[in-house]
Design a protein around this ligand. Structure first.
Ligand code: FAD
Length: 317
C-alpha cells in the first residue's frame, strides 16, 4: 500500500521538514504520495510534483484551508486515509498540531517523534528527553507517525514527475477561527534549517549581551538559538529556544555559549554534527558531549573569535 506524507509549507515553498519526512517514508515503501492543503496552491503543487520520489501529489485547494487550521485540515486528510498504510507528518509544530486530530478522528494511536524506522511496523523514538530509546511495534491498520526531521536527510526535490489528483474539501463545523499570524522576520537562516547555530544561555546575563552572539552569528551566517533559561529570563524570544520543549536542531556546527548542558537542552541539539562549547566552568556537562570545548569567560572569548574571523575574512578577500 502507498504511504501518505502531509506537506508542511508556507504557500511559497514546501518546507525542508517535509523533504526529511519523505526520506523517512522511503524506508517503508517506494510508493509515496504527498498531500498539500491550502488556498491558491497551484504553483506550490507544480513545484512539489517534481520531488523525485513521489508518485502522486494530492491537492485540496479551498479558501477555508487558507490558514491551515488543524481542526479544518484533519477531516480532509482523514477522508483519504483508507487508501494508505502509513500517514506521516513532520514532528514540527505543524505536524504535532495536526496528526493527533487525525488520530482522534480515525481512533488510531499515533507514534510520535520517530527517529528511525526498523521496519514497516516497528519505529524507534526517544523517551525521557532522549535518555532512553524505545522500539514501538504496532499492528494497526494505519500507522500515524510524526517524524523528527533532523533524524533523516532531506530527499531530492527535483527530477520527478508525479501525477496530480484533486481531493474534495470536507465541510467541518469548528469552534476555532483564525485571527492573526505574527511571523518574526530575520535576515538570518531559520533555526531549524541552519547549517550553523550559535546558541546562548543564562551565562549571557542579559538581552543586551546577546548582541555579541548576533555579531558572531552574522560572521558565520548562523541562526541564533538559546537555552530555556535565557528565554525565560527574557534575553531572547521563545521562538529561539532549543531543546525538549523548544526546537530540535541538527546543524553542521552548533556553538553553545554560556549554556550548562542540561538534558532538556541536549535533547534538542545533541544530534548536531560538530558541537563547540564555550563555558567558564570546566565541570559543565555540556563539555561531555562537545567535540571542542573552550573553558573561558565568554565575554573575553567571543570578541576574540569575532576578531579572528574578521582577520580570516580579510585574508580570504
Ligand atoms: P544554566 O544551567 O544556569 O547555565 C549557565 C551556564 O553559563 C553555566 O554552565 C555557567 O558556567 C556558564 N557561564 C556563566 N557565566 C559565564 C561566562 N561569563 N562565560 C562562560 N560561561 C559562563 N532547557 C532548554 O535549554 N531547552 C528546553 O527545551 C528545556 N525544556 C525543559 C523542559 C522541562 C520539563 C524542564 C523541567 C526543564 C527544561 N529546560 C529546558 C531547562 C533546563 O533544565 C535548564 O534549566 C536550562 O537548559 C539551563 O539553561 P542554561 O544552560 O542557559 O543555564
Amino acid at each position: 500500500m502507498a504511504i501518505l506524507v502531509i506537506a508542511e509549507h508556507d504557500n511559497q515553498n514546501i518546507k525542508t521538514s517535509t523533504l526529511n519526512t519523505i526520506s523517512a517514508a522511503q524506508k517503508i515503501s517506494d510508493e509515496i504520495h504527498l498531500i498539500i492543503l491550502g488556498k491558491g496552491i497551484e504553483a506550490l503543487v507544480n513545484k512539489a510534483k517534481s520531488i523525485h520520489v513521489l508518485s502522486k501529489v494530492l491537492k485540496c485547494d479551498n479558501e477555508k484551508l487558507e490558514n491551515l487550521l488543524p481542526e479544518i485540515s484533519a477531516p480532509v486528510i482523514a477522508s483519504v486515509s483508507s487508501n494508505y498504510s502509513h500517514i506521516l507528518a513532520p514532528a514540527s509544530t505543524f505536524g504535532k498540531n495536526l496528526l493527533p486530530r487525525i488520530s482522534a478522528i480515525l481512533d488510531i494511536t499515533q507514534v510520535s517523534d520517530v527517529i528511525e524506522i526498523e521496519n514497516e511496523n516497528t519505529f524507534i523514538r526517544p523517551i525521557y528527553a532522549g535518555n532512553a530509546i524505545s522500539h514501538v511495534q504496532t499492528n494497526q491498520k494505519i500507522n500515524l507517525l510524526t517524524i523528527r526531521p533532523t533524524s533523516f536527510e532531506k530527499c531530492e526535490d527535483s527530477g520527478g514527475d508525479a501525477s496530480i489528483e484533486d481531493v474534495t474539501y470536507v465541510e467541518t463545523e469548528s469552534q476555532t477561527i483564525f485571527i492573526n499570524r505574527e511571523v518574526s522576520k530575520s535576515d538570518r537562516p531559520e533555526l531549524g534549517n541552519a547549517r550553523v547555530v550559535v546558541s546562548g544561555g543564562r551565562g549571557l546575563e542579559n538581552s543586551d549581551n546577546f548582541k555579541l552572539l548576533y555579531d558572531l552569528a552574522d560572521k558565520l551566517n548562523a541562526a541564533v538559538g538559546a537555552s530555556r533559561a535565557a528565554v525565560d529570563s527574557g534575553y531572547i524570544g521563545n521562538e529561539c529556544q532549543v531543546g525538549q520543549t523548544g526546537k530540535m536542531v541538527a546543524p553542521e556546527l552548533y556553538i553553545a555559549v554560556g549554556i550548562s548542558g542540561a538534558i532538556q537542552h541536549l535533547a534538542g541539539m545533541k544530534e548536531s554534527k560538530v558541537i563547540v562549547a564555550i563555558n567558564k566552568d570546566l565541570e559543565a556537562p555540556i563539555f561531555n558531549i562537545a567535540d571542542y570545548g573552550l573553558s573561558s569567560d565568554l565575554f573575553q572569548a567571543i570578541p576574540e573569535i569575532i576578531k579572528e574571523l574578521d582577520l580570516l575574512n580579510q585574508i580570504e578577500s
